[in-house]
Design a protein. Structure first.
Length: 165
């Protein structure tokens, strides 16, 4: 049995460097769920499980996963290593780990060499939600039902803005 979780019809693979990233990345998963997007979530560290990461990526691509959202903290190399192993888009979420308020994670994730991009989002929960929201926008480009659902979501957001009286 594979040492990772798979979901039938997954379009997005959420990867984390550690299970300790889950409380933040759960928000990304919940955002995808809101739009009914099949996805799978796994903690596979680029440093601690390099072999498993390569196996997972090869398998995920074969199964039709269309993009990866990768979260890591500290020396946050997961998104970059995933980008090195796949031609699918990689969205990076820097975690606020144990030091430097996540600035270490942000710089490790964003400073990719030319030609191997990682689309990097904000540190922490807002970034996790925005990475998933961006994933929805990308998938909606080829999916008119999803595009309609996304339009309604944006309208709802506009209607809940509070104005000072
Ligand atoms: C990174 O180190 C993980 O992505 C996590 O953000 C951080 C701490 O991991 P643990 O020591 O809690 O497993 O690799």
């Amino acid at each position: 049995m594979a040492d990772y979780t798979t979901t039938d019809g997954a379009r997005v693979g959420i990867l984390m460097g550690s299970t300790s990233d889950w409380p933040t990345m759960k928000k990304a998963s919940e955002t995808l769920e809101k739009f009914g997007i099949h996805h799978e979530c796994n903690a596979i560290s680029a440093h601690r499980n390099p072999q498993r990461l390569q196996e997972y990526l090869a398998d995920a691509e074969k199964r039709g996963v269309e993009l990866f959202i990768c979260a890591a903290g500290g020396a946050a190399h997961l998104a970059g290593v995933v980008a090195a192993h796949t031609e699918k888009p990689v969205l990076g979420c820097p975690m606020q780990a144990w030091s430097l308020d996540g600035l270490d994670s942000l710089l490790s994730t964003v400073q990719m060499p030319k030609g191997i991009p990682v689309a990097t989002f904000a540190i922490g929960g807002a970034g996790a939600i925005n990475a998933a929201t961006f994933a929805v926008q990308m998938l909606a480009m080829g999916d008119s039902c999803l595009a309609t659902a996304f339009s309604s979501y944006r309208s709802e957001q506009s209607s809940v803005v509070n104005y000072l009286e």
